[in-house]
Design a protein around this ligand. Structure first.
Ligand code: GLC
Ligand code: CA
Length: 545
């Protein structure tokens, strides 16, 4: 297996990557058309969001059948062809396993509803309280209560997400074994990696209790419970632990200590985790649906804490700014109007030189920005639509839309902008399921620029493969209190690399004696005065020292 330290993973949002049959929805054959693109970029693995049979209430995270391909994406033969063609280039395919919940359309849930006790115990079903209130006072992460009526039984089922996503009961061993069979099924098909959706909330207690305080206290009732580690270890030992498989757990509101336990080798759990704390630095008072400039010092503090903490505990983390649940990072953290190239490359540089496995989200590699739609009907995401309903109660329409534009998950879910000269950017010939941004950004245009973001990503990936310090060196934060520079040093005892990033649109000077001129990568001219470095707006660079 390729070492984690050398890997770079590319995330595809299948619905929006490439439509091969002009029904407006991206599909597997569309992905097959772009194999050369992945090879050119130099990535090792592709994580694909779920393509299983689903009513698509939450864009495929609501699964009806875990081992069947949804016809909107193609057929099993298409998938086999994709796996085979990627394998020729030593690129693995990572599947997205949504095991915290299934769709309520899943046969298990349907059988449970029909009175089959075996399947009733596959879910978390509870009577109301004596008072007639819901079993607990927990909130769904998509808004509203976390319980919905279980048919006309008088009981309720738990759904931490949408009511169409019923939480599975991991306490039930039969249920767990069914999930493990699914993992085996896909490994036999040649799937080489798994991303496990919201994996750290699978460990609910038998007796569920009301939260008594903040939302954080409420989450602690079902997040990172000790038994989660047991379940993951069991899954590892019964399934992927015996094969060469790359795994990553999506961990909601986790902490460093648990993340070390999830990922340190001797624990037989996972290779790495996604943590999201660094992407909450523009949440006013912890509320995502607000407008706020990001808190730069907080961003640094969080990323450094995680880098140092995971290094110390021998844990391993995924490095990412973007995914299908996040608004695109370049407009979130930088001035993309005036410095599109500099912002995109600086952010990538800051991340790729850290300790961990970098993930690139489709379109990030040539600076896609997001659509900023003006009306809520242009949005598709269930979470965004629910948020709009709440926001419009005490905001004017324009204010509410500004918040949705800044925070919606659809910001990153719009079609790939391959070619600005083509209708719908070459994604499809027919109207896409969600409209693309109207900004003229495209891969084709970027490739023609003297300063190409895509080229910069290729260089970053090549450096990770060739530079042992970046793969496994230690990390030491520098200039931690500096209000504009994100800097650190990677070292392996003998050699060191200094990594500097100016996060702001003003030039900045720092006193630093850069003993050598051996620049590994950078996006600007870098002016070096005797013992002073001057970084231009959003300039970044790494030097061997
Ligand atoms: C994860 C997915 C997200 C989905 C949620 C519920 O956070 O990334 O897209 O809505 O889980 O499955
Ligand atoms: Ca299609």
């Amino acid at each position: 297996m390729k070492s984690l330290e050398k890997m770079v993973i590319y995330q595809i949002y299948p619905k929006s990557f490439q439509d091969s049959n002009d029904d407006g929805i991206g599909d597997i054959r569309g992905i097959i058309q772009h194999i050369d693109y992945f090879v050119e970029l130099g990535i090792d693995m592709i994580w694909m969001n779920p393509i299983f049979v689903s009513p698509q209430k939450d864009n495929g995270y609501d699964i009806t059948h875990y081992t069947k391909i949804d016809p909107i994406f193609g057929t099993m033969e298409d998938l086999e062809e994709l796996i085979e063609k990627l394998e020729i280039h030593d690129i693995g395919l990572m599947f997205d396993m949504v095991f915290n919940h299934s769709s309520t359309t899943h046969p298990w849930f349907q059988q449970a509803l029909a009175g089959n006790k075996k399947y009733e115990d596959f879910y978390i079903i509870r009577p109301p309280k004596d008072s007639g209130d819901l079993p607990t006072n927990w909130a769904s992460k998509f808004g509203g209560p976390a319980w919905a009526p279980f048919g006309d039984s008088g009981k309720y089922y738990l759904h931490l997400y949408d009511p169409s996503q019923a939480d599975l009961n991991w306490r039930n061993e039969n249920m767990r074994n069914e999930l493990y069979d699914i993992v085996d099924f896909w490994m036999d098909k040649g799937i080489k990696g798994f991303r496990f959706d919201v994996l750290n909330v699978i460990g609910k207690d038998e007796i569920l209790v009301d939260s008594t305080g903040s939302i954080d206290q409420e989450k602690s009732l079902y997040t990172d419970t000790p038994v989660v580690h047991d379940y993951i270890r069991e899954m590892n030992r019964k399934t992927f632990g015996h094969r060469e498989i790359t795994t990553v757990g999506e961990m909601s509101s986790t902490n460093i200590q648990n993340s070390i336990e999830y990922t340190k080798k001797e624990n037989d759990q996972l290779d790495m985790i996604f943590s999201f704390h660094h992407l909450k630095v523009d949440y006013k008072d912890g509320d995502k649906w607000t407008l706020m400039d990001f808190d730069f010092l907080k961003l640094k503090e969080i990323l450094f804490q995680w880098q140092l903490g995971m290094e110390k505990g021998n844990g391993w983390m995924a490095l990412f700014w973007n995914n299908h649940d996040q608004p695109r990072s370049n407009h979130r953290f930088g001035d993309t109007k005036n410095y599109p190239y500099e912002v995109a490359t600086m952010l990538a540089h800051c991340l790729h030189m850290m300790r961990g496995t970098p993930y690139i989200y489709q379109g990030e590699e040539f600076g896609m920005v997001g659509p900023h739609f003006k009306t809520i009907t242009d949005y598709r995401d269930v979470e965004s639509k629910n948020a709009y309903e709440r926001l419009i109660k005490d905001h004017r329409h324009e204010e509410a839309m500004a918040i949705i534009a800044a925070k919606s998950r659809d910001d990153s879910r719009t079609p790939m902008q391959w070619d600005h000269g083509e209708k719908y950017y070459g994604f499809s010939k027919e109207k896409p399921w969600i409209m693309p941004a109207d900004d003229g950004i495209s891969l084709k245009r970027d490739r023609k620029n003297k300063n190409s973001i895509f080229q910069f990503y290729k260089d970053l990936i090549a450096i990770r493969k060739s530079e042992p310090i970046i793969q496994s060196g230690k990390i030491k934060p520098i200039l931690v209190d500096h209000p504009r520079i994100f800097g650190y040093i990677r070292s392996n005892g003998e050699d060191e690399i200094i990594v500097l990033n100016n996060f702001y649109p003003e030039p900045v000077e720092i006193q630093w004696d850069l003993p050598s001129d051996e620049k590994i990568i950078g996006n600007g001219p870098l002016k070096k005065l005797t013992d002073t470095i001057c970084l231009e707006p959003y300039e970044c660079g790494s030097w061997k020292i």
